[in-house]
Write a protein that binds this ligand. Structure first.
Ligand SMILES: NC(=O)c1ccc[n+]([C@@H]2O[C@H](COP(=O)([O-])OP(=O)(O)OC[C@H]3O[C@@H](n4cnc5c(N)ncnc54)[C@H](OP(=O)(O)O)[C@@H]3O)[C@@H](O)[C@H]2O)c1
Length: 587
């Protein structure tokens, strides 16, 4: 078994007796269970040829609510002499849904990924009272100071980072964890996506200053800043099915993009912890989740019903939507080709490529392309001519999509004979800098063109019967690229806005692109160093990108990441957490 710690065939055979165990279980047995999560896996010896296997029931700890029908097993594999070969503290088994298995047999889409959430692998039992040195920055809304178990010395609350630094000046020891709760809740009287975009920007700006201050203080070099959000991530199922996760808090989502980038730049300095939007978590649960996260090297956690969940990109599975759309004679996104498609950033690289693709391949006949440059943007007249030669009616307009009225006007001005049926938001700009030198102004510029504009598009079209609302997002928001904290934040907001639309029953797809090979205004400045930073993500040729657009539109999932990943290039030190599921040997 060269190259394997334990040969997959041996591991598979070792688990077969669990099928016998299922037969002898009680009458409530819901059919076959399949391995779902592995915890506490230790390989003690390699090259064993003959093994003994002992499987024993393992019940989840009382504070963990398992999913319906879930069972746990402890697995001990020894050699013929009884010496350990492999131990698994807990293998969680869940009933297999035949529908899901059939979907699993569908076409796996190369280059398309969904962001799934799995139970945090690693230690089962952790006691936060082992961990010393907790402080709270800001209001103690999570009631950590009332938790008697935390570190024996009690929890010190400081109104802000400056107060913590002043305490250090007075001789206080640096903490292990500083917890700050950033609910990102602005003025509750202001409803709607545009208000949430403003709240989101304010929260991201505040967090940016906190992160910069945190990194500037050398006495905190061994401490972790724990940023707690509420409902900022949506952990619904891989095919968009509702797992009862509740409403996504769109305003808080940008914080995840910002902090993911900060984590990429400064490993081991930040923990992101998201609580359920509507259900309060006990202070002890929060603290345990933080300690577990640090011990398991899982710096991004969503706590749901007491269970820490962690994000992983998974290869997307085709659920058969393609066949449905094609049998109805519609385009990949189910568009009526006689309607109008609005493309923001339509005179930019991706906007122009997509406009032409929609006309050539989807047979879309009416397009409105907008950008600030509009008809005066470089290449715009040639693009208009090409599209007209292909038989499309095209209008190119100078519109600043950060202006709500301008967006509303362009939507209202669409010819009612060819009503608006689809929106593609491909406007955006970059203003990259490492997080320690990134300013609120830089973030605001990037946020406006991407996030605020997305909110304007959502608001201006909310009452129209759209079939397609595709946001050109970036893998940066999901993976957290170094040097792109503000951009990652804006894209994470857009991803959440689409999740929110889907909750409302509106169409929406956030398509988080990796880098395209052809240089654009936005990406042309990228040098070799930027490209090596892409870690196993190969730049997409234009043909490949457009094929992925078509494929992504056939899926039901609200967020798809479109990247060509080379798992060998991805592996190695400092691997972003969300990529761990794609690399051999990692969960
Ligand atoms: N290319 C890539 O590798 C890549 C990777 C990931 C994600 N993306 C996303 O894909 C989208 C398109 O990128 P691209 O590479 O095609 O960039 P691009 O060529 O620079 O196009 C961006 C477009 O956005 C327009 N724009 C910027 N601010 C605007 C505003 N306030 N109002 C209206 N239009 C505005 C620009 O035109 P004006 O300056 O004339 O307004 C331009 O047409 C972006 O959202 C980007 O985040 C691209």
């Amino acid at each position: 078994a060269d190259g394997f710690g334990i040969h997959p065939a041996l591991l598979d055979a070792a688990l077969h007796p669990m099928l016998l165990a299922a037969d002898t279980e009680s009458a409530d047995d819901e059919g076959m269970r399949l391995p779902f999560a592995w915890n506490g896996v230790s390989l003690w010896a390699t090259e064993a040829a003959t093994v003994r296997v002992r499987l024993s029931p393992r019940h989840p700890s009382p504070d963990q609510d398992g999913a319906v029908g879930e069972r746990g097993l402890r697995v001990v594999v020894t050699d013929a002499m009884g010496a350990p070969v492999l131990t698994v503290d807990s293998l969680t088994m869940r009933p297999a849904d035949p529908g899901q298995l059939r979907a699993g047999n569908g076409r796996g889409a190369d280059g398309l990924f969904t962001l799934d959430w799995i139970p945090m692998p690693g230690l089962l039992d952790v006691d936060a009272s082992d961990a010393m040195g907790w402080v709270v920055l800001g209001e103690d809304s999570l009631h950590l100071a009332e938790e008697p178990g935390l570190g024996g010395r009690g929890v010190v609350c400081h109104p802000d980072l400056e107060a913590l630094v002043a305490a250090l000046d007075d001789g206080a020891p640096p903490p292990a964890f500083a917890v700050t709760y950033l609910p990102a809740d602005g003025d509750p009287a202001e409803a709607g996506a545009v208000a949430r975009a403003a709240d989101g920007l304010a929260a991201v700006g505040e967090a940016l200053e906190l992160v910069r201050g945190w990194l500037a203080e050398p006495r905190l070099a061994d401490a972790r800043l724990v940023v707690v959000t509420r409902g900022a991530v949506s952990i619904d199922g891989p095919h968009g099915e509702d797992s009862g996760d509740g409403e996504v808090n769109v305003a808080a989502a940008g914080l995840w993009g910002l902090l993911r980038s900060a984590q990429a730049e400064h490993p081991d300095r930040f923990v992101l912890l998201d609580l359920h939007q509507a259900t309060d978590s006990a202070a002890g649960e929060v603290a345990d989740a933080v300690v577990r996260a640090v011990r398991a090297d899982e710096p991004q956690v969503a706590l749901r019903t007491g269970r820490p969940m962690v994000p992983r990109l998974m290869r997307a599975r085709d659920t058969g939507g393609a066949d449905e759309a094609e049998s109805e004679g519609l385009t990949p996104a189910g568009l009526d080709p006689d309607g109008t498609v609005l493309i923001t950033g339509g005179t930019g690289l991706l906007g122009g490529l997509v406009a032409e693709h929609l006309v050539r391949t989807w047979h879309v006949k009416h397009l409105v392309l907008v950008s600030r440059g509009g008809p005066d943007a470089p290449g715009a007249p040639e693009l208009a001519e090409r599209l007209s030669d292909l038989g499309a009616g095209v209008r190119i307009a100078a519109v600043d999509v950060t202006d709500a009225d301008a967006v509303a006007d362009v939507v209202a001005g669409i010819d009612s004979a060819h009503p608006l049926t689809g929106v593609i938001h491909a406007a955006g700009l970059l203003d990259d800098a490492m997080v320690t030198s990134q300013t609120r102004e830089q973030v605001a510029r990037v946020w406006a063109a991407k996030a605020t504009a997305a909110a304007h598009l959502h608001t201006a079209t909310a009452d129209l019967p759209l079939r397609m609302f595709v946001m050109f997002s970036s893998a940066a928001g999901v993976v957290g690229n170094a040097g792109q904290a503000g951009y990652a934040a804006a894209n994470a907001f857009v991803d959440a806005l689409v999740a929110h639309r889907r909750e409302l029953g509106l169409p929406g797809l956030s398509l988080a692109w990796g880098l395209w090979a052809q240089a654009s205004e936005m990406t042309g400045h990228m040098g070799r160093a930027d490209l090596t930073r892409l870690r196993g993500m190969k730049p997409l040729s234009s043909g490949r990108g457009l094929a992925l657009l078509d494929a992504a539109c056939r899926f039901a999932h609200p967020l798809m990441v479109a990247v060509d990943l080379d798992p060998a290039g991805v592996a190695g030190v400092g691997l972003p957490v969300v990529l761990r599921g794609l690399v051999g040997g990692r969960v």
